[in-house]
Every structure is written in structure tokens, then in C-alpha cells.
Design a protein around this ligand. Structure first.
Ligand SMILES: C[S@@+](CC[C@H](N)C(=O)[O-])C[C@H]1O[C@@H](n2cnc3c(N)ncnc32)[C@H](O)[C@@H]1O
Length: 351
């Protein structure tokens, strides 16, 4: 049965573009840091067959369960882990899953989470103000809304929601506390700044800010991108799909910085940073969905895909070979050579 025959619950965004950017090949090893409903993973498994291996990570236990059901037939080649991608390196070391041919981040929330009635992510359903990806997290959106001082709330709504009316919204929230549900918050925001402005709902930006803060989305992304680079083999691909400008800025700056040999401030007479490039940009221009995709799946409209590939200096290549040669214990029975060869193949991602 084709993997795509499962009933669609979340439509994977920029699917073809993602498979191309990852350059998925038979026998390759891939990590999807944002498993979701398993849409991208299903396509990666199809294209990496035969012999492909996949590690899927999601902070939301519900997502891991749903993806697990969908990918049941592929349990031999997939490892699905309920974890936050901020622990990416530790997860890969624990499961001995590195180096890899490609790593994908499809950030944000799945339609399953947005459409779920009880999670508090959407301002269209009444629910308790939760917004946590995992029930193990301590801080909920209600905690922030009901305990932050007004100035901190305004700062959060301005910086993480890029909301111009942050002060008015924060003042109204503080006056109306305690606020326990999404619709109470929506009404408070509407009282603060009025009804719909243009195409976007007046609560959109405040909800975005709270979700980012509850899940520490920006700091986790920054940390995970650095970890991802160290897990890629030679010419391994890093592909990131983001859905708002704060995420995209982090991805863009990271990839640009990591593709430069020197990151000294402009005008520095000689390089003092000693930085060497670890990535090469694959697409200099950001990739966005076609009009047809947006019409089919309006949630894809803000998507931006950026991709880069790992470059390894001669020095690093030499050190990797040296490390691998000396880490394999010599034995008489002839297994030493193939084991070392396999490890070298993984490090340099030869077929
Ligand atoms: C847009 S969805 C991914 C959809 C998936 N690509 C598909 O096609 O079905 C994003 C997923 O990333 C997960 N997520 C977001 N931040 C995360 C984090 N820091 N660690 C692990 N998972 C995260 C969310 O729980 C959500 O399931």
C-alpha cells in the first residue's frame, strides 16, 4: 500500500521542494525533527527506499502516536521519538544515528494541533489557555497571561507577535485578569484594539507571541540548528521550512553566517574570528509555495524553505578518518575492514 494512501489529516507543505532540497536517495539516513502527522516522513521513506533509515522527533506525544500508526508498515526503518528537538544531538548520540544525509525542520504546528479543540492554540475554538506542545512542560499560556507584569506582557506581544498595539492589549489583559480561556482572551483583545483589521484576525499576533513564549520556540530553534550541522555528513542537507518572519530571520542569519569563512565585523583589517564555513547555501533565494499549492492548502501561504549543505574542510576530513581508524579495535577475523569502511561511508555519505 502506498504511504500516501492514508487519509490526509495535515497536508505536508512544499513536499516536492523538500524532497529535492534534501536530495533524498535510496539507502540514505534522514532526521525529521518535526514529525507532525508524518507527511514529509512518508515521502522521505518512499524516496529513500530501499534501505533508507529515518529518525522522527516530535515534542507532542499525540503527534508521535499518530505518525507511528501511519508509518506502522515501516517500523523496521523508522525510529520515532517523543522529544524536543532542542535535545537533537543527545538523541542522535543515544540512538547512534549520525552522521546523516539530511535533516528537516518543518516548524510551527500541524493542522491536527491547530484544529484540536482542547489545546488552546487556535482563537477559533474555546479552550483553556494551554498552548504547550507537550504536557510535560510546566508553563502554560494562562500562566503568562495571568502573572506577567504589564510591561513584560507588552514587550512579549511586541517582540514575539510583532504586534503594533502591544501596549493597549497588555493593559486590557491586566485589567481583565484572570483570563482562563481562548475566547476570553480573544474578547479582551477585540476590546483593546477593535475588530478585524484587513485579512488577519486581531488575536493572531498575540496568540503567536504566547505560543512562541510557552514553547521557547526561537531559542530552541537557534540551538537545534547548531546541533544539526554537527550531525550532517559531508554534503548532508539541512532543510528548514518556517512560517513567520521571526523564525525565518533566525534560519536565514544562521545559514548565511555558517556559509562564511570569516564573520568579523565589516572593516576589520585582518580576520580575528577564525570562523570557517560549515555550510554552503543550496538555494540563495528563499523557496515559497506556488499559487496552486496555496489554493489547495491556504495554511501553506506563509511558508519559506531554506536549504544548505554541509561542507567539511580537508582538515576535518583528515581528523574524521584518523578518529575512525583509531577507534576501531583490530581483530584477526576479518571484520575490521568492513566496519571501518561502513563508518567512513557514513561520515562521507557515499552510497
Ligand atoms: C508543521 S508540523 C510538521 C508537519 C509534518 N511535516 C507533516 O508533514 O506531517 C510541526 C510539528 O513540529 C512539532 N514541533 C514544534 N516544535 C518542536 C520542538 N521544539 N521539538 C519537537 N517538535 C516540535 C509540532 O509538535 C508539530 O507536530
Amino acid at each position: 500500500m502506498s504511504l500516501r494512501a492514508s487519509p490526509p489529516t495535515h497536508i505536508p507543505v512544499l513536499l516536492q521542494e523538500t524532497i529535492e532540497a534534501l536530495a533524498v536517495q535510496p539507502g540514505g539516513r534522514y532526521i525529521d525533527c518535526t514529525l507532525g502527522a508524518g507527511g514529509h516522513v512518508a515521502a522521505i521513506l518512499e524516496h529513500s527506499s530501499p534501505g533508507g533509515q529515518l529518525l522522527g522527533i516530535d515534542a507532542d506525544p499525540e503527534a508521535v502516536k499518530i505518525a507511528g500508526e501511519r508509518l506502522k508498515a515501516h517500523s523496521g526503518s523508522t525510529l520515532l521519538i517523543n522529544e524536543n528537538f532542542v535535545n537533537l544531538q543527545a538523541i542522535c548520540i543515544k540512538y547512534d544515528f549520525h552522521p546523516v544525509h539530511g535533516i528537516l525542520f518543518d516548524l510551527g504546528l500541524s493542522s491536527l494541533q491547530l484544529d484540536s479543540n482542547g489545546r488552546g492554540f487556535s482563537f477559533q475554538h474555546d479552550a483553556s489557555l494551554d498552548m504547550r506542545l507537550s504536557p510535560d512542560q510546566e508553563v502554560t499560556a494562562a500562566d503568562i497571561v495571568n502573572t506577567f507584569p504589564e510591561t513584560e506582557l507588552a514587550y512579549l506581544i511586541r517582540t514575539c507577535g510583532e504586534e503594533g498595539y502591544s501596549h493597549q492589549i497588555a493593559r486590557h489583559i491586566v485589567q481583565k485578569r484572570p483570563i482562563r480561556t481562548t475566547l476570553q482572551l480573544v474578547r479582551t483583545i477585540e476590546q483593546a484594539i477593535g475588530g478585524r483589521r484587513g485579512k488577519i484576525h486581531p488575536a493572531t499576533k498575540t496568540f503567536q507571541a504566547l505560543r512562541i513564549a510557552v514553547n521557547r520556540e526561537l531559542e530552541h530553534l537557534e540551538s537545534a540548528l547548531k546541533q544539526a550541522v554537527s550531525l550532517l555528513g559531508f554534503e548532508g542537507k539541512l532543510v528548514v521550512i518556517s512560517y513567520h518572519s521571526l523564525e525565518d530571520r533566525i534560519v536565514k542569519q544562521f545559514m548565511h553566517q555558517e556559509s562564511k569563512d570569516c564573520i568579523c565585523p565589516p572593516g576589520t583589517p585582518t580576520c580575528v574570528c577564525g570562523h570557517t564555513a560549515s555550510l554552503r547555501l543550496i538555494n540563495k533565494k528563499v523557496i515559497t509555495p506556488s499559487l496552486a499549492e496555496v489554493q489547495l492548502n491556504p495554511r501553506s501561504r506563509s511558508a519559506k524553505l531554506r536549504a544548505a549543505e554541509r561542507i567539511i574542510t580537508y582538515d576535518e576530513q583528515y581528523k574524521t578518518i584518523e578518529k575512525l581508524c583509531f577507534s576501531v579495535k583490530p581483530k584477526d577475523n576479518g571484520w575490521r575492514k568492513p566496519t571501518l569502511l561502513k563508518r567512513l561511508q557514513w561520515a562521507f555519505l557515499t552510497p
